[in-house]
Design a protein. Structure first.
Length: 248
């Protein structure tokens, strides 16, 4: 009977220890992840990265990211390239113990993307090239002797209601806001291999850059057409006026 009581007490004690451990992790994990993002992020994209806050639900496998800001490369005047007000992430908790972390979904709503420069030379291209260079040279690989970084799988990635702040160097320094169509990516890193954090970032940023460039090209082309129509109309008005003069 005494042994049973001892075992029962030991079991309760173990449960309490687990609960206390979860409370401690819940209290400090958010800050640890925030520091990690702001430390590792700049090494991957080679621009400043800041994060206002992150809240992680350990048992639910969910996370809410607030105020993630991707800065601009040196030489650009606008304060940042991408600003995310709120993003929600759903993770397979069990996968955290394996070599590949499985993320069920990432939902990003109403991010702001700044396009500064021209069609062939701009801030987004520079960040994209930074990511490509890092992946090609192994800059983002773990140091010798270090434990390999966990791979990542993202089953569903969605960006909605995004806005492009256009700061175009041509057309007299054109500035305007453009809506960005929904970006939906699936099965990123699916399979045994997975993706490194750098490769995942590259894939997502490439999709953002491609979609943004298309909208910018369309906007510039439409403005060119409107300017052409306006110029043609002005020429017609002048010609008509001259014709009236000659008739007199």
């Amino acid at each position: 009977m005494k042994i049973k009581k001892i075992l029962l007490a030991g079991g309760v004690g173990l449960v309490l220890l687990v609960v206390i451990a979860l409370i401690v992790v819940a209290l400090f994990l958010d800050g640890i992840v925030k520091t990690g993002v702001e430390t590792v992020g700049p090494k991957i994209v080679q621009v400043p990265v800041t994060l206002e806050s992150i809240h992680i639900g350990i048992l639910s496998g969910s996370a809410k990211v607030k105020g993630l800001v991707l800065g601009n490369p040196a030489g650009y005047k606008t304060p940042n390239a991408v600003s995310v007000g709120l993003a929600e992430v759903s993770v397979d908790v069990a996968s955290a113990l394996s070599d590949k972390i499985v993320i069920h979904s990432i939902r990003v709503d109403a991010p702001e993307i700044t396009f500064e420069g021209g069609l062939s030379d701009n801030n987004l291209f520079k960040i994209r090239d930074n990511l490509s260079a890092g992946a090609a040279t192994g800059t983002n690989a773990p140091a010798a002797g270090a434990k390999p970084a966990k791979k990542i799988e993202v089953d569903d990635f969605l960006i909605t209601n995004a806005v492009i702040h256009l700061n175009f160097t041509g057309l007299g320094g054109l500035k305007m806001n453009l809506p960005l169509p929904t970006i939906h990516l699936t099965d990123l890193g699916k399979g045994d291999a997975g993706l490194t954090p750098a490769d995942l970032t590259k894939r997502i940023f490439e999709a953002i850059t491609t979609s943004t460039l298309k909208e910018v090209k369309d906007a510039v082309a439409n403005l060119g057409k409107e300017a052409g129509k306006a110029a043609t109309g002005a020429v017609k008005n002048v010609t008509s006026g001259l014709g009236g003069l000659f008739k007199k």
